[in-house]
Design a protein around this ligand. Sequence first.
Ligand code: FMN
Length: 518
Amino acid sequence: MSNREIQAAWKYHDGTKHSYWSVRNHPHFLDWANRPLPFKIYPKIEPLPLPRDVPQTGVAVLSAISERVPPTRADSIPNLQDLARLLYFSAGITKQRAYRGGEIYFRAAACTGALYEIELYVVSSDLPGLDAGVYHFNPADVSLRLLRKGNFRGNLAQATAMEPAVAHAPATIICTGTYWRNAWKYQARTYRHFGWDNGTLLANMLAVLAASRLPAKIVLGFVDAEVNRLLDLDTLREVSLCLVPIGRASESLPESSLPAPSEVPTLGLETIPLSQHEVEYPAMLEMHDASSLESLDEVAEWRGKPLIFPDSALAGEAVFVPHLREEEQPKDTTEEVILRRGSTRTFDNAASITLAQLSTILDCATRGLPADFLEPPGTQLNDLYLIVHAVQGLKRGAYFFGREQNTLELLKEGEFRGEAHYLGLEQDLPADACVDIFFLADLNRILERYGNRGYRAVQLEAGAIGGRIYLAAYAQHLGATGLTFFDDDVVNFFSPRATGKSAIFLLAIGKPLKRKPQ
Ligand SMILES: Cc1cc2nc3c(=O)[nH]c(=O)nc-3n(C[C@H](O)[C@H](O)[C@H](O)COP(=O)(O)O)c2cc1C
């Protein structure tokens, strides 16, 4: 199945929709004895511990996520401390809690079910403090493990058809998804979660890189098989999802010139099995194959054309959402906010937030991601629709966020806590929040332009914007949580404005309920 045969993405999307009846007709019970390991462990490779006492950037997270920190470092070559900072604050363990079956190691970025199926690898040239090689990052012992020695930058440049950011980057992070680690709970829907959970992690990663003043970009255009081979992945279990080139090597230095691609023999490195047995979900393998790029021509075509969305004319009453001036915004630092973040488990349904808080979140999170599929810069695949329950200065109701005009267009006025409870899979969180932000996208147009790989892009973008919303909320001492939803009911609720779109993502914002002292 080729990337152009977009019925594959529709088949996967339609086949993994949640509805009132699907969750009742197909209940899934968790097999706790077969719970997957949360880490990829190479038992025979010596760890290279990363430094733990890395200086903090001190940069306000709201500036870092809204790309207001120019990448001004003269060298733009990351060193080992930069790598340690970015790996830890993207995927490191930030909290630990006991549960009935053992311990849960919570990580820097939100992840469906706390199952952490996204792995990180580093492909680097010689950096200050690190020899050139292909490394795997293990958050359990905050270490790298060397999988291949040598400089493989040329292989990545080739696999991406000489994508400029990759070709010039002294180091590139590769994010992969491990099917079973998430499918243990979410079955075939895990392929959607790959995008969401990779996205929240990327929001942190881009924030830390901006705060470290290192340029970076999300690259989705690459020949899948070449990158998977470089990492020696067993592709029935784990696949590469995106590349993040970091820094920029100066072309005048001889050691910065791009090496020719090297041979990458199969390594067959031993890893500890995740579970006693794994269940394969063919729908995900089919979706991945159908969205894989097989040749450099396909990669070049993927990057080639900008995606033009028609202007969305205002249809209803619109409220202008004022930008908060930068000097009025909270200055909580990137590291501080990432360590503070944790999904809200109960919202206070008597609380409210201000319009300025909401507008800061919307503005900072939607300034545009640096990504090869978002051309011209500032393009966004997902539209944001809101259910406002308790925002001072806004009528309660359903809204469309006009990103360019910076407006909230009132679609219907009313108290919709009951509807939000239902749409968010009958959970209390979306009903008790102050505002629910739904992401909807014109999948028809996106798949026509990008083929099946557009499905990866739209899910990933939603996760990354969602991750920025988490950070913008926690920077203001608010709470937030990602949520799942009944797909078609969400579209119906926001129609006619949303007719023809597909539901992609949901996030709720509010104030956490403070527990009364016992
Ligand atoms: C995309 C996404 C969807 C989520 N969906 C739900 C949900 O439906 N219900 C829920 O209680 N938590 C949900 N969560 C929250 C996760 O359970 C939470 O991120 C995870 O347990 C890790 O904890 P932390 O975010 O506090 O670090 C979701 C998180 C994400 C990123």
